[in-house]
Design a protein around this ligand. Structure first.
Ligand code: ATP
Ligand code: MG
Length: 182
């Protein structure tokens, strides 16, 4: 540990955390951290970009916690050229909600699930996202998930983990399993 690092030992701060990569576990890890934070009495907000149509188990599970809110912001992205405006509109609306939540100081952990996709598809203004994250309350933790995290986000983050695929049942033609994927 360097001298400079030693002096940081006692620091308490909200972290910017990125879960990215091609392997499974980005969203699961963010939800696991939400559970941990909830158990510590933190007020937690999980905003799921893109997601909207599937019935994810986490939606039901978090209803059991009075200090965790989970909101689906999409209708499942379309990714059709003709609907790009719709996707952009949904992303922008979702970001407004995220921005308000980040800046209003009510939460101690905010998860921006799948926001990395939204950013890598250019559906949100990166400059604005960075600006808001830089202005976040000092003790607020923010987790950003999704493949293809942008370099600007990685640069800003305190903690970045890349999930690496070693094996995935999908490659064997085995589709999503209840309780594991949703
Ligand atoms: P999870 O929500 O299970 O933690 P994730 O957030 O890491 O997964 P996403 O990129 O959000 O993964 O993908 C969503 C869906 O794709 C999930 O159902 C997940 O199981 C599946 N998936 C994740 N990684 C792979 C992979 N390497 N090959 C095929 N499917 C995958
Ligand atoms: Mg995910």
């Amino acid at each position: 540990m360097t001298k400079e690092n030693k002096s940081k030992k006692g620091i308490k701060k909200g972290l910017i955390i990125v879960n990215t990569g091609n392997g499974k576990g980005k969203t699961s890890a963010a939800l696991g951290t939400s559970l941990r934070a909830a158990g510590n009495g933190f007020k937690v907000l999980v905003l799921q970009f893109m997601k909207g149509s599937w019935k994810y188990g986490e939606l039901e599970a978090f209803k059991k916690f009075s200090n965790v809110e989970i909101v689906q912001l999409g209708s499942g992205f379309t990714w059709h050229k003709e609907n790009l405006d719709e996707d952009r509109g949904l992303a922008e609306k979702g970001w407004q909600k995220a921005k308000d939540a980040i800046l209003n100081g009510d939460y101690q952990l905010i998860v921006l699930d799948e926001i990395n996709y939204v950013l890598s598809y250019g559906l949100l203004d990166m400059g604005n996202v960075i600006e808001v994250l830089e202005k976040k309350p000092k003790m607020l933790h923010v987790i950003l998930t999704g493949r293809d995290a942008m370099p600007e986000i990685i640069e800003l983050a305190d903690l970045v983990t890349e999930m690496k695929e070693i094996k995935h049942p999908f490659k064997d033609g085995i589709y999503a399993q209840k309780g594991i994927e949703f």
